[in-house]
Ligand binder design. Structure first.
Ligand code: GUN
Length: 283
């Protein structure tokens, strides 16, 4: 039987734990989400983040800026949130509209409030295995992998995708869990061969069903970060889930796998950042 790594249930458990801990803080954690433009997918994600933040008793602020906002203005908004004492965590929803320099905007976020874990400082700490606040999606994937109750040490892992938000930090976290990690990307010529020999597969390349079921090694753990909308409006991941389930020991569904965990880890990071700023232990 293939284990379904149910992100919805795990996220609910993580969120409940944070909610209980928030009640004993002197003031609620504050999360600000900056959304520039009106990309429909981003709008859905941002709304979900707000709903969960409200449910956990956080102070939640969403700053909507028009798509033609200047670089200087976006940076000024982020800096004003850095100076806002009620805000512990800042997330700039990516991608930003064309013409804006995302890296420069992200680097305006105060490292203490970098609940997305994407600033140079956060990634530098992560690279050294001293992470403060880890990027939400890779950190959520590590928690999903823990559900499978498999010792990752010595396992071969493939990360498909090399984005700053997912692929790169994901490879670092798996390496820190003592996996031997291969990173594949759009120019990799032997993806099938690498997947076939991998005990852990994390697909985060944003291409529907690029990982075929027959490639999955018997007993592998398969994590699908992709969420792609097909022409008929349906959603699918980067893995052919049904076919991959034949060989996989455990697999994430799409939707209901990684997505809810990304949000749960954002809440956990915001709670941790708030504890640090309030001078109390995160417990
Ligand atoms: N866009 C899609 N996922 C994310 C995320 O986790 N963080 C940010 N900042 N933007 C995203």
């Amino acid at each position: 039987m293939t284990q379904i790594l149910d992100g919805r249930t795990l996220a609910r458990t993580c969120n409940k734990a944070v909610k209980v801990k928030v009640e004993s803080l002197a003031r609620p954690p504050g999360l600000a989400v900056v959304m520039v433009g009106n990309d429909p997918a981003s709008a859905v994600y941002v709304k979900r983040k707000g709903v969960v933040a409200d449910r956990l008793g956080f102070v939640h602020r969403q700053i909507d800026l028009p798509a033609d906002t200047s670089q200087a203005k976006v940076e000024e908004v982020v800096r004003s949130l850095n100076d806002d004492d009620a805000i512990d965590g800042i997330l700039v929803q990516l991608p930003l509209p064309k013409g804006l320099d995302s890296a420069a905007v992200v680097d305006c976020v105060s490292p203490d409030k970098d609940v997305d874990g994407l600033t140079i400082r956060s990634i530098g700490y992560l690279a050294q295995g001293r992470q403060l606040l880890a990027p939400c999606t890779p950190w959520g994937v590590m928690k999903l992998l823990a559900l499978a109750d498999v010792n990752l040490s010595g396992k071969s892992a493939v990360v498909i995708g090399r984005s700053n938000m997912v692929g790169r930090p994901m490879a670092m976290l798996l390496e820190q869990a003592n996996c031997t990690v291969t990173v594949c990307h759009s120019r990799t010529t032997n993806l099938e061969e690498v997947v076939r020999r991998s005990d852990v597969v994390v697909a985060a390349i944003g291409q529907p069903k690029v990982v075929q079921g027959s490639w999955i090694k018997p007993g592998a753990l398969v994590i699908d970060v992709g969420i792609n909308r097909l022409d008929d409006g349906s959603l699918c991941g980067d893995v052919d889930t049904e076919a991959a389930s034949v060989n996989a020991a455990a697999i994430t569904p799409v939707p209901g796998g990684v997505g809810p965990m990304t949000i749960a880890m954002l809440m956990e990071n915001t709670y941790k950042a708030s504890c640090a700023r309030q001078g109390v232990s995160a417990g």
